[in-house]
Design a protein around this ligand. Sequence first.
Ligand code: NDP
Length: 300
Amino acid sequence: MSAKIINGKNFAQKLRAHIANYVQQLKSKHNITPGLAVIIVGNDPASKLYVRNKAKQTLEAGMNSFKYELREDIKEKELIALINELNNRKDVHAILVQMPLPKHLNATNIINAIDPTKDVDMFHPLNAGKLMTGQIGPVSCTPLGCLMLLRDIHNSLTGKNALIIGRSNLVGKPMAQLLLRENCTVTIAHSKSVNLPNIAKQADIIIAAVGREKMVKANWVKEGATVIDVGINRIDAPERGEGKTLIVGDVDFDEVKEIAGAITPVPGGVGPMTIACLLANTVTTTCLINGLRPPSNFTI
Ligand code: NDP
């Protein structure tokens, strides 16, 4: 049996339409236009493309987009000075520093400099703590997008065995917290996990967030399981022309779709949801900063 292909692109498009609607209401009823500031350091082409897409979609949703492209060798002090300026600006409700940063910059210092109320990717330790203790607020964009897709597939996640492969602060750990809140039995695997294929075989839900192309194979997956592929891996594709590349996930899509119950493709699965959730989180931080209740369908 072939799996249901989860169309993250369509889902994200609908979510963006809701967001644009809500932004219009914020403008007309409260005279507030949400503002997202994105900072990128250096010239990494993939990061530049993400930031361009984020800015485009922010504007399309009717929000203000402020983009800062900084030189590769910028000093930590200068970057923190810009963050402080944005922290104090009334028209900026959300701040995102595109990762990864060049090696000479200490990512922890940079993240900790962001005002937690404007920390739209929920990297700040205060926000990570809020997530862990179940307090209201935005949730990291990629895990939130994955959860929205899972909720759309399953009436209830209670009691499901969920395996998350990867334990990063960006994806794996917040994803685990969200699924715990949904009453899943959660396992987090990482590079030192032993017998991963056997662990995976027990899971009703697999979330792969590793960064290794096609690592999850069909014989790792229980029949009917839901498989969410967060991974983005660029591989050479000479058949498409010289120097061409192809983006693939952490899951061997072609073989796993024959055994899974539902699966996200790469591209077109989690990726578009991440950007849509960034916009949703910008609305959420804008509401919270202004003492308004955030719309329940944009958060959890
Ligand atoms: P990190 O590199 O921060 O984390 C990768 C995790 O995978 C680590 O916890 C690591 O374990 C684990 N890992 C590495 N090798 C193995 C292995 N052989 N078996 C099991 N676990 C392993 O990556 P991110 O979490 O930031 O991102 C993961 C992937 O998701 C990347 O491809 C990234 O590009 C993509 N991504 C996609 C997004 C989207 O919108 N679709 C958004 C964010 C990320 P250990 O801790 O032991 O080192």
